[in-house]
Design a protein around this ligand. Structure first.
Ligand code: ADP
Ligand code: MG
Length: 463
């Protein structure tokens, strides 16, 4: 059966050619794939390098130049040495600068009613003409400024913007009026401030409510302090409260960043009734502890429904503090005598004035509540409790537990209707008054025979 002839299955020339063509095709496909893989790997490496460079720049702070020049696109690969074309146009680094947009005009808000005229600004209620949302507009007081935009107003805007927190009032934008002196902070409108609210309430807040409000205030303060921001004017009129049981810290008019080491700071900060003893004694190197003292005063005020320490002036304020918290000694406040105004103090050696009277003033407060209050009102700032520590204090774990914010009662809003009625209370220190104060203090504390009488407690001045 076998034939000598060519098998019809044997490869002929055509088959060989076809086989060769297939091989070549396969080879070139393989090459193309290898080239594609190489290009892909190169591209990925370039993207990773750009991301790393961007991360490096972010870490260095957006307002800082990048530490190294970086290549931004794959085309910018320099040709191998020797092949450089000196005539080729140089490629510049391209940066995407932060977008600078003009402020909107205040006209986009329809004025509704004046809420309050405070020490630094006028606050009014307004409606966004586009969205219909009700907002609060705070007009910065710039009329008297002759030196351009004041650093204090810049700080107010900067620190408020840096303190994003559910318990800090939300800043929406800055808008301008017709002149450079018309600058407004646009914020969410919040129905109440805690001062007016508690003045209008029949009964003080319940313990469970005080706990919730304190936790909110302290968690906002913990955030500020973690950002090196000290508020320097915490008080009930600067705490706004909405109808959902939420506190919003407001009024960053005296806030500032602290440096390391702390620069000399003005002592004329914090409204008198909420001012800490180290500030009253003229300390210039204070820190976030001044806010914790104010929080102690607010804690007492929420429980009593009236301000805790209502001094008539700086000396009277100190005497009220020492009456409630005990007088400072080298044991309970080492080094306090070195504070500028302390040298002139002469304490009566009266047993009644020694020791804390907090327990007697708050007979219904549990011992852990009194413990918290006394740690907030520690005379020595270095022994004062920090915001983070307050959040972990056992007072908030014991019964009655903090009331959930949704369970808070709602109140009619005065701010939403008419100009608010404000009871007499001191206002925040006026900016620029600080240098004059030192002299006043010298006079008050230096007097040999002058005496200030405060709440049954006599503080003798003189050496
Ligand atoms: N966002 C707001 N919503 C509603 N009322 C506000 C708002 N901001 C401030 N207020 C009211 O205006 C008052 C004064 O505002 P504030 O920022 O404290 O200014 P000042 O620096 O003049 O004290 C506050 O005590 C509060 O009653
Ligand atoms: Mg205020």
């Amino acid at each position: 059966m076998a034939t000598k002839g060519k098998s019809r299955w044997e490869d002929d020339e055509e088959d060989v050619a076809e086989e060769t063509r297939r091989k070549v095709e396969k080879e070139s496909r393989k090459k193309a794939k290898a080239e594609k893989d190489r290009l892909k790997a190169e591209q990925e490496a370039a993207v990773a390098a750009a991301a790393a460079a961007a991360a490096e720049q972010t870490a260095a702070g957006s307002d800082q130049p990048p530490t190294k020049r970086r290549r931004l696109d794959a085309d910018a690969t320099p040709p191998p040495a020797g092949q450089q074309d000196s005539n080729a146009p140089l490629k510049l680094l391209r940066y995407t600068p932060p977008e600078i947009v003009p402020c909107a005009h205040v006209d986009r808000y329809e004025p509704l009613n004046r809420i309050e005229e405070g020490s630094y600004g006028v606050v009014s209620r307004a409606r966004d003409r586009e969205t219909g949302e009700v907002v609060a507009l705070k007009k910065l007081k710039l009329e008297r400024e002759t030196d351009g935009f004041p650093i204090t107003s810049l700080r107010e805007i900067q620190t408020l913007m840096a303190s994003k927190h559910p318990n800090v009032v939300n800043i929406r934008e800055i808008v301008m009026g017709d002149t450079l002196k018309d600058v407004f902070i646009v914020m969410d409108f919040i129905e109440h401030d805690l001062k007016i609210l508690s003045e209008d309430m029949q009964e003080p807040f319940l313990q469970s409510e005080v706990k919730t409000l304190m936790l909110q205030l302290v968690s906002a303060t913990a955030l500020m302090h973690s950002q090196w921001i000290v508020h320097r004017d915490l008080k009930t009129s600067n705490l706004l409260m909405n109808n959902r049981g939420q506190i919003k810290v407001a009024d960053f008019g005296l806030a500032r960043y602290l440096g390391e080491p702390t620069p000399p700071l003005t002592q004329l900060v914090v409204t008198l009734w909420y001012r800490s003893p180290e500030l009253l004694l003229g300390g210039k190197e204070y820190g976030t502890e001044v806010d914790m003292w104010s929080i102690g005063c607010i804690f007492g005020e929420l429980l009593l429904k009236e301000p805790l320490l209502q001094g008539k002036n700086e000396v009277d304020q100190l005497s009220k503090i020492f009456e409630l918290c005990g007088i400072p000694t080298e044991e309970n406040w080492p080094g306090f005598r070195k504070l500028p105004n302390a040298k002139a103090l002469n304490f009566p050696r009266n047993r009644l004035t020694i020791g804390s009277h907090l327990r007697a003033r708050f007979p219904l407060l549990t011992s852990s509540g009194v413990d918290l209050l006394s740690r907030l009102l520690a005379l020595d700032p270095s022994q004062r409790i920090t915001a983070e520590e307050v959040l972990r204090h056992p007072y908030f774990k014991e019964d009655p537990k903090p009331k959930s914010a949704e369970m808070f009662p709602t109140f009619p809003s005065k701010a939403g209707q008419e100009k608010r009625r404000r009871h007499m209370s001191p206002s925040a220190p006026v900016r620029g008054d600080a240098p004059a104060l030192q002299g006043d203090f010298g006079g008050l504390f230096g007097a040999q025979d002058e005496e200030e009488v405060g709440a049954g407690f006599v503080l003798r001045m003189g050496r």
